[in-house]
Design a protein around this ligand. Structure first.
Ligand code: MRU
Length: 342
């Protein structure tokens, strides 16, 4: 399987998702600033993948200089963490990973060299853990599906949105290997087209049967095609079970409720934000309206048109059938229990 990102010889290599599906190219990052740029510019995207990239960014920050003292190193790392944290606002995995690294930095009392190797080790652990967590999500989720199901997914919550395997697509991969997936309907996900460019690409690589939909076809497909489930990822799950995910997820959840189709959110525990009481308090990223107004660098609306571009929306807990985590399957209102189980 193509790797979303990897660490080699004290460098991080990030698959440039802006070029998919036509080209496979890695961006080499030798400092935290280049990781910041890769996240900010969507070279890498998807909540867990952003978190893993940030952990590697911190390891690079540690390796970047010959620090004269531990305190000089700690203040440099603090600056790097602040910069990485400012790359994208909605996916909480970014802040989760930075906090995990910062906690190590705070409690460390050895030499700068010792801290360098400690942070590289931790970043590699964050990477490995993400893959094993996704496989657990996959097997919990697959157990919820019936044989030969047809499912709809939105955006890309696959291997490309994580260190590997994927969350929503991890469930689909797992279920497919058990003969439970007949067909995956892939929303194209306007305006950034993560569904068309990335999810369709992953399905093709895995030889999982799929059909591409424009987002506005989902209702008709639910009404006429016998959909068994909607499975999506999440960028942040509030304490009450409201879940932020790629714009369009909320509309899909309403369609699913009307058509009595189960609506599942698949996400690691690192996507749960117990400090945010409800979805109304989640910061929704606003991206450049150019992504709405232009397709392949061509303006598709009259010059001067004002567009909107909220990149995420919030699905209320009441519209989510269950949240699938590595610690089991939870009712949205009980999602805090997932944090307590190991
Ligand atoms: O803007 P993106 O591409 O980073 O948005 C990604 C999504 O919304 C994914 O569906 C979400 O991060 C879940 S990823 C496992």
């Amino acid at each position: 399987m193509i790797r979303t990102l990897y660490w080699k010889n004290n460098r991080v290599y990030i698959l440039n998702q802006l070029l998919l599906p036509s080209r496979i190219r890695y961006v080499e990052c030798g400092n935290y600033e280049s990781v910041y740029r890769a996240i900010k510019d969507m070279i890498i995207r998807g909540a867990p993948a952003i978190g893993v990239a940030a952990a590697f960014g911190m390891a690079l920050a540690a390796l970047e200089k010959d620090f004269k003292s531990l305190s000089a190193m700690k203040s440099y790392l603090l600056k790097a963490a602040g910069r990485l944290a400012s790359s994208r606002p909605t996916a909480v995995n970014l802040f989760w990973a930075l906090k995990r690294i910062e906690d190590i930095v705070d409690g460390f009392s050895g030499t700068p060299e010792g801290l360098k190797s400690r942070l590289v080790r931790e970043a590699l652990e964050v990477y490995d853990e993400d893959i094993s967590v996704n496989k657990r999500i996959g097997s919990y989720g697959a157990a919820l599906l019936k044989k030969n199901s047809m499912v709809i997914t939105h955006c890309n919550a696959g291997a490309l949105a994580t260190a590997g395997y994927g969350t929503a697509l991890g469930v689909i991969r797992s279920a497919y290997s058990q003969g439970k997936i007949k067909l995956v309907y892939v929303d194209e996900t306007r305006p950034y087209l993560q569904g068309a460019r990335l999810t369709a690409w992953e399905m093709k690589q895995e030889k999982i049967p799929y059909r591409l939909l424009t987002d506005n076809m989902a209702g008709h497909i639910m009404k006429t095609c016998g959909i068994g489930a909607v499975i999506v990822g999440a960028d942040r799950i509030a304490a009450n079970g409201d879940a932020a995910n790629k714009i369009g997820t909320y509309s899909l959840s309403i369609l699913a409720r009307y058509h009595k189709v189960p609506f599942y959110v698949a996400a690691p525990v690192s996507t749960i934000d117990p400090k945010t009481s409800n979805g109304g308090r989640i910061v929704i990223e606003e991206r450049s309206v150019k992504e709405v107004l232009y397709v392949n660098d061509r303006l598709i609306a009259p010059k001067g048109t004002i567009a909107c571009h909220p990149a995420f929306d919030v699905t209320p807990a009441g519209l989510i059938t269950a949240i699938i985590t590595e610690n089991g399957v939870f009712k949205p209102g009980e999602i805090k229990k997932a944090l307590r189980q190991k």
